[in-house]
Design a protein around this ligand. Structure first.
Ligand SMILES: [Zn+2]
Length: 243
């Protein structure tokens, strides 16, 4: 990191797990417990948006969504989130690309943040990408159409079958193009297109550093692998950088 000029951190589910948010995949994952959900959530939503919102408000959603919602409501950033925010403030990292939807990075104070799978505390117009902070994980009724363009409004969270919004994808690619060092934190490197960004960075010559308690698909690309959890590795790294 000291030798690099533009450092981008990429965070995944492992980061949120330490704030009590269950992952989807793997041991203790919501899909492992409840089964993999249908892969056409976005099509379902577009077919009947008002029905979709009413089911959410009435807690008639899938069990894994309800468990996730409960976990999200009580979650707070941990020492790793705050260490990343401090690194950004000090110029040791330039941006964070997160796959997490919990909004904890923003709560910890990160500014140059790209939430590639959206943010569950925000609403987004599917036509013009206008976002509104909801301040809550549970809306009580279907939101009105977009004030700017009259488009359909949904949670900012990217659903199955929904493309990553072009504004965040463009911003993420631009960050990766500038990066000469990418630190992957708590991500298994299996979810596209986020994982593809690491390969793009590596083939362009960036140094890849991995922080993960387990070996992942990104290990082979990584010059350094720190086998540690984010909540302990990031504060240690911050200390090393400032001392
Ligand atoms: Zn709009």
């Amino acid at each position: 990191m000291d030798e690099s000029t533009y450092v981008v951190a990429m965070t995944g589910a492992g980061m949120s797990v330490e704030s009590g948010i269950p992952p989807f995949r793997g041991v203790g994952g919501l899909w492992t417990k409840y089964g993999t959900p249908r892969m056409d959530g976005y099509a379902d939503f577009k077919k009947d948006p008002i029905g979709w919102w009413n089911r959410r408000a009435n807690k008639e959603a899938d069990a894994h969504i309800l468990e996730l919602r409960d976990a999200l409501e009580g979650a707070k950033p941990h020492a790793g989130h705050y260490a990343l925010a401090e690194m950004e403030k000090r110029g040791a990292i330039q941006s964070v690309i997160t796959q997490n939807i919990d909004g904890l990075d923003e709560k910890a104070g990160l500014k140059n943040l790209i939430e590639i799978h959206g943010n569950r505390t925000k609403l987004r117009c599917i036509e013009c990408n206008e976002r509104i902070s909801l301040g809550s994980f549970v809306p009580l009724y279907a939101p009105k159409p977009c004030e700017k363009c009259d488009g359909l409004v949904k949670f900012d969270t990217v659903m199955f079958g929904e493309p990553i919004p072009d504004d965040v994808m463009t911003a993420a690619r631009a960050e990766i193009n500038k990066a000469d060092c990418v630190i992957t934190i708590g991500t298994s490197g299996t979810v596209r297109p986020a994982s593809g960004l690491v390969w793009i960075a590596e083939s362009a010559g960036a140094t890849i550093v991995e922080i993960n308690p387990n070996k992942t698909k990104l290990t082979a690309l990584s010059k350094i692998s720190l086998r540690s959890k984010a909540g302990s590795a990031l504060p240690t790294l911050l200390n090393a950088l400032i001392n």
